[in-house]
Design a protein around this ligand. Structure first.
Ligand SMILES: Nc1ncnc2c1ncn2[C@@H]1O[C@H](COP(=O)(O)OP(=O)(O)OP(=O)(O)O)[C@@H](O)[C@H]1O
Ligand SMILES: [Mg+2]
Length: 321
C-alpha cells in the first residue's frame, strides 16, 4: 500500500500487489530499456561499442543524478521515509529516454524519522552492503548512501565491484578508485567505453562523491540531499574522503540454507506491515489476467516469497523480471 503511493520520476511505479497467505506479488510498470547492469557490465568486443554508444558519459552522469534524486525522495520526501537496502545496477531500470528508475523494493524498510538507525537482520547484495550493516545489522539511510557510492564508482569504471580482481595493491574496486583519486588521475580508471565522451572535471567529482559515500564510518558519508546539491550545481569545496570502507563480499547473500536468492529477515516490511519476513523477488513468467495463479510458493515457514511482475502500460503484456 505504502509503496503504491511512491511517486517520483526516478522511482519505478508499482501498479498493484497481491497477498495470498505467505505469498506476495508486486506488479511494477514495464521499463523499456531494462536494467543498467545489462549494458554496464556487458563485456568485451562489440558490447563495449554498444556501451559507448548508449551509455556515454552524459547519460551515465544523468543516471547518477537521477538515482541520487530518487534516493533523496525515498529517504526524505516520500510520505513515509524508506530505506531501499538493495541499491545496485540490476535494480536501476532505464526508461525509453534513458532516465533511471529505482526498482525492486523487495527488501525496502520503513524508517522512523526520529531514529538514527534501526537494528535488523541482514539482507542485501554482495559488494554493495555497508560495513556497519553487515557487521552489526545497523540500518540507516547511510546504508543506501554506501551502495549508491559503489554504483557511482561502477558507472565511472565500467567494472562490477563484486567481480573485481585484486591489482596494484588494491583488493577492492573502491581501494582501486581510492588509489587513482590520491594520485589525482581519476581519468585513468575510466571505463574504456567513455574515452571519447567523458568530462574530466565531472569524472573527478563523481569519483570523489563515490568515495565520500563509501566511507567506512557512516557519519563521514554525506546524506542524499548533500549529494544531490553537489551534483546539481557548481558545488563549493567538497570534503576530502579518507580511504573507503570495505563492502560486504564474503557470501552472495545470507541465505540460511534456503537457496541462493533467499533472504531471511524476521522483520516487518515497507510493503506489508503484517509480513514477518521476506525472501526473494524471483523471476517468473506471469499472465496479468491471471494474477492468482502466478504467485510463487514460499520456501520455508520463516520466509515469505515476494515475486515481481512487470506490465507494459500500452498493451498490458508482461515480461520476465
Ligand atoms: N519493471 C521492470 N521493467 C523491465 N525490466 C525489469 C523490471 N524489473 C526487473 N526487470 C529486469 O529483470 C531482471 C531481473 O530482475 P530481478 O530483480 O528479479 O533480479 P536482479 O535484480 O538481477 O537480482 P535480485 O534478485 O538480486 O534483485 C532485471 O535485471 C531487469 O533487467
Ligand atoms: Mg532486482
Amino acid at each position: 500500500m505504502l509503496l503504491s503511493r511512491l511517486q517520483h520520476k526516478n522511482v519505478v511505479n508499482l501498479y498493484g500487489y497481491c497477498a495470498h497467505g505467505e505469498d506476495k506479488l508486486l506488479v511494477y510498470e514495464y521499463v523499456a530499456n531494462e536494467s543498467l547492469d545489462k549494458l554496464l557490465f556487458s563485456g568485451q568486443g562489440g558490447q563495449v561499442a554498444a556501451a559507448a554508444e548508449v551509455l556515454h558519459w552524459r547519460r551515465r552522469f544523468e543516471v547518477i543524478v537521477g538515482v541520487a534524486r530518487g534516493l533523496l525522495y525515498l529517504h526524505e520526501d516520500a510520505h513515509t521515509p524508506i530505506i531501499h537496502r538493495d541499491i545496485k545496477a540490476s535494480n536501476i531500470l532505464l526508461d525509453e529516454r534513458w532516465s533511471p528508475k529505482i526498482a525492486d523494493f523487495g527488501m525496502a524498510r520503513l524508517f522512523p524519522e526520529e531514529l538514527t538507525h534501526v537494528q535488523t537482520r541482514i539482507a542485501g547484495t554482495n559488494g554493495y552492503m555497508a560495513p556497519e550493516y553487515f557487521m552489526s545489522g545497523a540500518l540507516s539511510p547511510k546504508v543506501d548512501v554506501f551502495s549508491f557510492g559503489v554504483l557511482v564508482i561502477e558507472l565511472v569504471s565500467g567494472q562490477k565491484n563484486s567481480r573485481f580482481s585484486p591489482r596494484h595493491d588494491a583488493s577492492t574496486l573502491l581501494e582501486w578508485a581510492w588509489m587513482f583519486y590520491t594520485q589525482k588521475n581519476t581519468m585513468d580508471m575510466l571505463d574504456p567505453a567513455l574515452r571519447s565522451t567523458a568530462d574530466a572535471e565531472q569524472v573527478a567529482m563523481c569519483v570523489q562523491i563515490g568515495l565520500l559515500c563509501t566511507q567506512a564510518n557512516p557519519k563521514l558519508r554525506p546524506d542524499m540531499r548533500r549529494v544531490v546539491v553537489v551534483l546539481s550545481k557548481k558545488p563549493g569545496p567538497l570534503e576530502e574522503p579518507i580511504k573507503p570502507g570495505i563492502p560486504y563480499s564474503k557470501h552472495k547473500r545470507r541465505s540460511h540454507g534456503l537457496g541462493r536468492s533467499s533472504y531471511t529477515t524476521g522483520e516487518s516490511s515497507a510493503m506489508s506491515s503484517g509480513a514477518s519476513s521476506y525472501a526473494t523477488n524471483s523471476a517468473f513468467a506471469a499472465n496479468p489476467n491471471n494474477m492468482a495463479s502466478t504467485s510463487s510458493s514460499s520456501s520455508a515457514t520463516t520466509t515469505t516469497t515476494i515475486t515481481t511482475m512487470t506490465i507494459t502500460p500500452t498493451n498490458s503484456t508482461t515480461s520476465r523480471s
